[in-house]
Design a protein around this ligand. Structure first.
Ligand code: C2E
Ligand code: CA
Ligand code: CA
Ligand code: CA
Length: 272
């Protein structure tokens, strides 16, 4: 597999998928897990900052092996390199849409890897699943990171435009990290801006607060609603609420969890 930096399109050949000899043991294990419950999806609540009402969830892939859980930060890059990301992405999307179909009023956010977004048939694949499941496309939000928009603007724009025309929304993920910058906001339309949790972690300093305030003002000026990630304390939640952030997500409100655990949550998670 060709090495590619974060956000780059990886040239993908069908033979890559079949080239088992080149795959490491972990890749082989991941391939086998794709058809089993070992590869699952957890759902983390997103709340309206003003009320604490659950308005959505983010779908996050989970992988359990006999040796213990493996972090997405390990197996997602592995899946990208080996081409398994297409099957993995489809599994996550199908699971996510079924989750949301059973839970009206809950929007579903699904992460999309650069490799997926670069594939010419990406938009068709999403539309196919949505139509088959008769799912309202306006309830689906696809989360993308900036690198791919910069490195492969033509294909990325084609896919994003086609899907937005169908009513699917897009969020720019990890805003405020090195991977997402202001220029991107000028060239692509986003329906949501996800502020990285590093911005929340910096809230205990004057500079950190200034940075977050300015970022929220920027989003306001562009008319893009903000979702702040990584909210872990009541103090952070209260600060972000009074600042006028639209949506909050983080361990304070709820960790990524199973369907059953999600269904036992109260409809409002505001505790501040
Ligand atoms: P991400 O999209 O930025 O997802 C948010 C990450 O922050 C998740 O890590 C989540 O569990 C974690 N998180 C949520 N709230 C808090 C909090 O309050 N504090 C802290 N410290 N962390 C919090 P996770 O699940 O380990 O996923 C890591 C990354 O893996 C994701 O980052 C995303 O880029 C990628 N990923 C996960 N699932 C998928 C998937 O199905 N497809 C693709 N393409 N990527 C995925
Ligand atoms: Ca995300
Ligand atoms: Ca993020
Ligand atoms: Ca991330």
């Amino acid at each position: 597999a060709k090495e590619a930096g974060r956000g780059r399109c990886i040239a993908y050949g069908a033979d890559m998928d079949r080239d088992r000899e080149a795959l490491g043991e972990l890749e082989e294990q991941l391939r086998r897990s794709l058809d089993t419950d070992a590869l699952s999806v957890a759902f983390q609540p997103v709340v309206a900052a003003a009320t604490g009402a659950i308005v959505g969830v983010e779908a996050l892939a989970r992988w359990k092996t006999p040796q213990g859980p493996v972090s997405p930060d390990v197996f997602i890059p592995l899946a990208e390199k080996s081409g398994l990301i297409f099957r993995l992405g489809r599994k996550v999307l199908e699971r996510s849409i079924r989750f949301a179909a059973d839970r009206p009023g809950v929007d579903i956010a699904v992460n999309v890897s650069p490799t997926q977004l670069c594939a010419p048939d990406f938009a068709d694949g999403i539309v196919e699943v949505i139509e088959r499941e008769k799912f309202d496309p306006r309830r689906l939000i696809l989360e993308v990171t900036e690198g791919v928009l910069f490195d492969s603007p033509v294909q990325a724009r084609r896919s994003i435009d086609a899907l937005r025309a169908k009513g699917i929304r897009f969020a720019l993920d990890d805003f405020g990290t090195g991977y997402a910058s202001i220029g991107t906001l000028n060239h692509f339309s986003f329906d949501r801006l996800k502020l990285d949790r590093s911005l929340v972690q910096a809230l205990d300093s004057e500079r950190g607060r200034a940075l977050l305030n300015a970022t929220v003002s920027l989003a306001d000026a562009l008319g893009i609603p903000v979702i702040v990630e990584g909210v872990e304390t009541a103090e952070q939640a209260a600060y972000l609420r009074q600042l006028g952030c639209g949506y909050l997500q983080g361990y304070y409100f709820g960790r990524p969890m199973s369907d059953a655990d999600f269904d036992s949550l109260p409809t409002r998670l505001a505790r501040a």
